[in-house]
Ligand binder design. Structure first.
Ligand code: NAX
Length: 327
């Protein structure tokens, strides 16, 4: 049987954590033959550590055959020791009335410390997924704080957005979501991101031709897609958790185990693809194989798409300029 791998999860006692840990432990992320050791990080506050203990009691009570070990931590320097995978979920999302500078300062401190800890103690091949918002910029800060690790191993989560777009297209076309190929989401995980179905196909047929309605794309699909997170908060009174955890599982599983040629969206540091400046943590279409992602290159970018990509890029470069003093 396989040797256990170490999976660190931050924000482990939060609502995404609660929807995520049981699925990692049951083998849905890394495969039904891959034992895991969970290294769980929460803030060093009595209430959070207590809640984490409760989650760990429930994990024990599942008697998962693949759960080879479990640890609670309050310091990233111990939580990330030798970790092969790190899911950085805990962060401080924007609260009502919170200034952008304040948001960036709080998260800047969290992700500088976590990047430095990964740099110091994680596996040299650690695969990092940042879920906590602002996800792209937090991933950028962590990457820049870990100069001894491969920058390309820091990623941000746009998979929930990818899955949301797929689901909306399935509803619009009346086709099965599983049959949608070659869909992607460009840019920042924020309402500015651009879901692009120009290349998408369903059973080989062009989705763009099937829908054939640019007005619907620009004025219904993209705005609805961009505000989906807010719509969930309004309906549920809480932000997306199970769907976010599901997307994190999808992202890590595909990265580790491959996509068989299927396109997925990952937030990754640009190497200049599509004119996106180097190191900007940007959503791109990728395929994954042998534990590596590869950007789908050579796609034609029309004028409408170029304008959408420029807008989300501007937002990201502004955010990243706002944290320039930290990195
Ligand atoms: P919760 O508030 O339920 O849980 C967050 C947990 O993180 C808390 O238990 C908190 O104590 C812990 N935490 C905070 N700072 C920490 C630190 N420095 N180290 C370790 N733990 C820390 O939030 P939840 O609903 O689970 O959401 C977590 C994050 O995901 C938020 O930032 C949220 O905005 C973000 N999301 C990102 C999404 C994406 O697609 N990229 C979608 C869903 C979600 O909104």
């Amino acid at each position: 049987s396989k040797k256990p791998v170490r999976v660190a999860v931050t924000g482990a006692a939060g609502q995404i954590g609660y929807a995520l840990l049981f699925r990692i432990a049951s083998g849905e992320m890394l495969g039904k033959d891959q034992p895991v050791i969970l290294q769980l990080l929460e803030v060093p506050v009595e209430k959070a550590q207590q809640a984490l203990k409760g989650v760990m009691m429930e994990l024990e009570d599942c008697a998962f055959p693949l759960l080879a070990g479990m640890e609670a931590h309050s310091d990233p320097m111990t939580a990330f020791k030798d970790t092969d995978y790190a899911l950085l979920v805990g962060s401080r999302p924007r609260g009502p009335g919170m200034e952008r500078a304040e948001l960036l300062a709080i998260n800047g401190a969290i992700f500088t410390a976590q990047g430095q800890a990964l740099n110091a103690v994680a596996s040299r091949d650690v695969k990092v997924l940042v879920v906590g918002n602002p996800a792209n910029t937090n991933a950028y800060i962590a990457m820049k704080s870990a100069p001894d690790l491969k920058p390309g191993n820091f990623t941000a989560m746009l998979r929930l957005d990818h899955n949301r777009a797929a689901s909306q297209i399935a509803a619009k076309t009346g086709k099965a979501v599983a049959d949608i190929e070659q869909l992607c989401v460009w840019g920042n995980h924020s309402p500015t991101m651009y879901a692009d179905y120009r290349f998408a196909t369903i059973n080989g047929e062009s989705v763009k031709d099937m829908i054939n309605d640019q007005d619907w794309n620009a004025n219904v699909f993209l705005p609805t897609f961009g505000k989906r997170g807010a719509a969930i908060i309004e309906a549920r009174g809480l932000s997306s958790a199970a769907s976010a955890a599901n997307a994190a599982i999808d992202h890590m599983r595909d990265w580790a185990l491959g996509t068989n040629g299927k396109w997925v969206t990952m937030g990754i540091p640009s190497q200049g693809w599509y004119g996106i400046p180097k190191d900007v943590m940007f959503g791109f279409p990728v395929t994954c194989e042998n534990g590596e992602y590869k950007v789908v290159e050579g796609l034609e970018i029309d004028e409408f798409s170029q304008a959408c990509i420029a807008k989300t890029l501007k937002e990201l470069t502004d955010e990243q300029a706002g944290v320039a003093h930290l990195v």
